[in-house]
Write a protein of this length. Structure first.
Length: 545
C-alpha cells in the first residue's frame, strides 16, 4: 500500500520531523511504502496534486495543525480526490483532531494510522471553499492569524488565550443579516462562529452539542452587550454554557447566508477566509478519517439527543423540580465565594500582557536613594504575605498554602518593598513598589518577614538588577499561574522575581527553575536555615496604629 505523508515542519513545537525515521520504520514493517512531502514557505499543494499520481495512493496522512489540515483538505477536494485521510495532530490547538479521540503521543497515533479503521465526517463549505472545523468572522475571528508563530510554538494553546484577552480591550461590533430556515437575524454582533466540530481555539466546549458527522453546522451569534456582561460571557464560554446567555443566539442548520456591508475579515480553520456575502453549507460524511475503531462517533457518548430535543425537554421540567435541584447548592456554606474571585481576575485580565513589557519606570529616584542607604545593613528581606486578594485566595485554595505572595525589601521597615503585582489600578502590572495598605484585603491578612544575610556588594547587585528591570520594562507573568513558562526575561510573577534577584546576587539557597518557584518555597526549601525569622505583622493591627 502506498501512503503520502504531508508534514508541516513548523507546526506546533516543530518536533514532528524528529520522529520521521521511527514513523517510516513502523509503516514499512507493516508493508507500507511511504512518500514524504514537506510543506515549505511556498506551499504548492495544487502543483503537487496536479503532477503526482495522487490516486495511486491509498491514504494521505497529514502532520500539522488545523491550518495545515485545512490547506491539504481544500487541495484534495478541489481536485476531486477521494481517499482516506490520517492525522498527526502536531499543531497548536488541534481542534479538528479532538473530534476523533485520537491517542496522545506520536507512537500512539502511529498505531492508529497503520491500521485500517475509519470514520466519516462532514465538511463545511463557504463560497466554494471548504472548512473542516470552524468558520468565523468578527472582532475575535483573526486571533490565530494574529498570533505570532514563534509564540504559538513556545506557548501552545495559551498563546490563543492571551491573544484573546488582549483583543478584549478592542472589542467592536458589526451589523449582519443572517438567514436560514432555523433563524433570521439582523443586528450588531461581536463575532459569529459556524462550527462543524466541537472546539475552537482550544476552547473544548465552544460547541458542546456539535457532532462532526450529523449533517448540521452549529451556529453561534455573539451579540452586542455591556462590558460587564461580556466578561461574564467569557466565563460561560469556558464552561460551555454560553448558549444559555441572552447575548448568544444558537441554532443548528445545514444551510445559511450571511450579509455584511463592512470591511470584515473571515477566518476558515485559522486561515484567511473569503469575502461577503457568504453562502454556507455542509457536505455530510464527506471525509473518511483514520480512527481507532470503525464508524467511531467521536464525542457522541456525551450526547445522545439533539439540541432541539434538549430545548423541548427543558421546557417540560417543572419549576418545582428545578428548585429542588438547586436547593442543596444554595445551602452550601463556603468560606469565600470563589466565583467572585474568578470574576475579579477575568475583569482584570485585559490590563495584563504576558508577551510584551507594559510597565516601565514606575520606580522613582526617591526609591533608589532610599534603597542605597540600606546597602551596608547586611540583610535582604524576604516577605511572604496572605493578603486576601482575588488571585491570592484562588492560589491559596489550590495550593493549600496560606501565603500566596512573595516580595523583596532592602530594609526591615519595608519602606523599599517591591515585587511583581497587578499594580492595584495605579500602575501597570509588573515590577512595582508595594504599600502595606495594599495587602489588607481580608480580616486576617498578615505578612511574615524573614531576613537573609548578604554583603554590601551582593545587595548592590540586586539593586542594579532592579534598576535594570525598571529601565527596560516589565510585565506580570499571569501565564505563570497556569504553566511554568516566561516569554521574556522581565515577564515574571512575584516569587519568580524574588528568586531571580537572589540568584543574581549569588545568595539563592535552593535550586529550582525560577518560573516554578512558589512563595512558600523560600521557607519550605530552606534546609540550611539561611533565612532568619524577623517578625509577623497583622494588617488589622497596623491599620489601627
Amino acid at each position: 500500500m502506498n501512503i503520502l505523508l504531508i508534514y508541516n515542519p513548523k507546526a506546533g513545537n516543530r518536533t514532528f520531523k524528529n520522529n520521521l525515521d521511527s514513523i517510516i520504520e513502523k509503516f514499512e514493517e507493516k508493508g507500507y511504502l511511504v512518500t514524504i512531502y514537506r510543506i515549505g514557505e511556498r506551499c504548492d499543494l495544487a502543483g503537487l496534486f496536479s503532477s503526482v499520481p495522487i490516486k495511486g495512493f491509498q491514504k494521505v496522512i497529514i502532520a500539522g495543525g488545523d491550518g495545515t489540515i485545512h490547506q491539504v483538505i481544500n487541495a484534495l477536494l478541489s481536485f476531486g480526490i477521494d481517499i482516506p485521510v490520517g492525522i498527526y495532530p502536531v499543531g497548536t490547538a488541534n481542534d479538528f483532531a479532538h473530534n476523533f479521540c485520537l491517542p496522545s503521543g506520536i507512537e500512539g497515533i502511529t498505531d492508529v494510522l497503520i491500521n485500517e479503521n475509519y470514520s466519516y465526517c462532514d465538511v463545511g463549505t463557504i463560497n466554494g471553499k471548504y472548512f473542516i472545523n470552524v468558520a468565523s468572522f468578527g472582532c475575535l475571528s483573526e486571533i490565530s492569524q494574529k498570533t505570532e508563530t514563534k509564540v504559538k510554538n513556545s506557548m501552545g494553546i495559551f498563546s490563543y488565550y492571551l491573544k484573546g484577552i488582549e483583543e478584549l480591550q478592542n472589542m467592536w461590533t458589526v451589523r449582519v443579516k443572517v438567514k436560514s430556515e432555523q433563524c433570521t437575524f439582523e443586528g450588531e454582533i461581536y463575532f459569529m462562529l459556524i462550527m462543524n466540530g466541537r472546539s475552537a481555539g482550544g476552547f473544548k466546549k465552544i460547541a458542546p452539542l456539535a457532532l462532526i458527522n450529523d449533517g448540521f453546522l452549529d451556529v453561534y451569534l455573539f451579540k452586542k452587550c455591556p462590558l460587564i456582561d461580556l466578561m461574564a460571557l467569557v466565563g460561560k464560554v469556558i464552561k460551555g454554557e454560553h448558549e444559555q446567555s441572552p447575548y448568544v443566539d444558537y441554532f443548528q442548520t445545514s444551510k445559511l447566508t450571511v450579509e455584511c456591508n463592512e470591511e470584515v475579515a473571515t477566518d476558515l480553520d485559522g486561515e484567511k477566509g473569503v469575502d461577503f456575502p457568504l453562502e454556507i453549507g455542509i457536505f455530510p460524511q464527506k471525509l473518511k478519517i483514520n480512527t481507532r475503531f470503525n464508524n467511531e462517533d467521536g464525542f457522541a457518548f456525551e450526547r445522545s439527543i439533539s439540541f432541539h430535543d434538549v430545548k423541548t425537554a427543558f421546557g417540560q421540567i417543572s419549576n418545582g423540580v428545578l428548585n429542588e435541584i438547586k436547593r442543596p447548592i444554595k445551602e452550601l456554606k463556603v468560606e469565600r465565594n470563589s466565583a467572585i474571585d474568578l470574576m475579579k481576575l477575568v475583569t482584570d485580565l485585559p490590563k495584563h500582557n504576558a508577551l510584551s513589557y507594559i510597565n516601565k519606570g514606575t520606580l522613582k529616584e526617591d526609591y533608589f536613594r532610599a534603597a542605597e542607604k540600606t546597602l551596608d545593613n547586611g540583610y535582604l528581606y524576604v516577605v511572604l504575605s496572605s493578603t486576601g486578594s482575588a488571585a491570592g485566595e484562588l492560589i491559596r485554595k489550590v495550593t493549600k498554602k496560606e501565603y500566596s505572595h512573595a516580595s523583596l525589601s532592602f530594609d526591615e521597615n519595608l519602606e523599599t518593598i517591591i515585587s511583581y503585582n497587578g499594580g492595584e489600578n495605579i500602575y501597570s502590572p509588573g515590577l512595582n513598589q508595594e504599600m502595606i495598605e495594599f495587602f489588607y484585603k481580608k480580616e486576617d491578612a498578615n505578612i511574615i518577614i524573614y531576613k537573609l544575610k548578604v554583603t554590601q556588594e551582593q545587595k548592590k547587585k540586586v539593586l542594579e538588577e532592579v534598576r535594570k528591570i525598571d529601565r527596560q520594562g516589565s510585565s506580570y507573568n499571569i501565564l505563570g499561574l497556569f504553566v511554568p513558562y516566561s516569554h521574556r526575561d522581565n515577564i515574571m510573577f512575584c516569587s519568580q522575581f524574588v528568586y531571580k534577584m537572589l540568584v543574581a546576587a549569588g545568595v539563592n539557597y535552593f535550586e529550582k527553575k525560577p518560573e516554578e518557584v512558589k512563595p512558600t518555597d523560600f521557607v519550605e526549601l530552606d534546609y540550611k536555615r539561611s533565612l532568619e525569622y524577623h517578625s509577623q505583622l497583622f494588617l488589622k493591627d497596623h491599620s489601627q496604629m
